[in-house]
Design a binder for this molecule. Structure first.
Ligand code: FES
Length: 157
């Protein structure tokens, strides 16, 4: 990363600390703000947040990796989250997953080269009576079949 890029990131994190404060309780709002605007929280930003809040970088990293709404890696414009909990598992989640992977040419946990789609598994999203279910960003899709899931992806594309 260029020095000017690092300076810009440092300034941006500094502004967020001014906005949310430098107490430990500001950690999640600051990370959410970075995530919202840049779709992920880079290593460098995590270190800067840790430095400015005077906490250990490992603590920041654990928060970023624990919450599914935060990510330490660049993710796609569309985050496809397929439920992997029992009702969805029993009603054909695996076949849906395979069809989605085939359609996008990536595996779960990966992002397409054009940064358009990221595939992730998630846990129960309360749609068990209409399983299998997935979310694309904030929108929920239920009663999926492999064909229906592929059709939804084609429409999003
Ligand atoms: S188990 Fe998948 S939505 Fe509940």
């Amino acid at each position: 990363m260029l020095i000017s890029e690092k300076q810009a990131l440092t300034e941006r994190v500094g502004m967020l600390v001014q906005k949310y404060g430098n107490s430990r309780s500001a950690l999640i709002p600051i990370l959410q703000d970075i995530q919202y605007n840049f779709k992920y929280v880079s290593d460098f930003e995590q270190q800067e947040v840790a430095r400015l809040l005077d906490i250990h970088p490992v603590e920041v990293y654990s928060v970023v990796s624990f919450y599914s709404f935060l990510s330490p890696n660049i993710r796609g414009k569309y985050i496809v989250r397929l439920c992997q909990t029992i009702s969805c598992e029993l009603s054909g989640k695996e076949k849906v997953a395979k069809a989605i992977e085939r359609e996008l040419g990536i595996k779960f946990g990966e992002t397409t080269k054009d940064k358009k789609f990221t595939l992730e598994y998630t846990n129960c999203m309360g749609m068990c009576d209409q399983s299998p279910a997935m979310m694309i960003n904030e929108k929920v899709y239920a009663n999926l079949t492999p064909e229906k899931a592929v059709q939804i992806l084609k429409e999003v594309k």
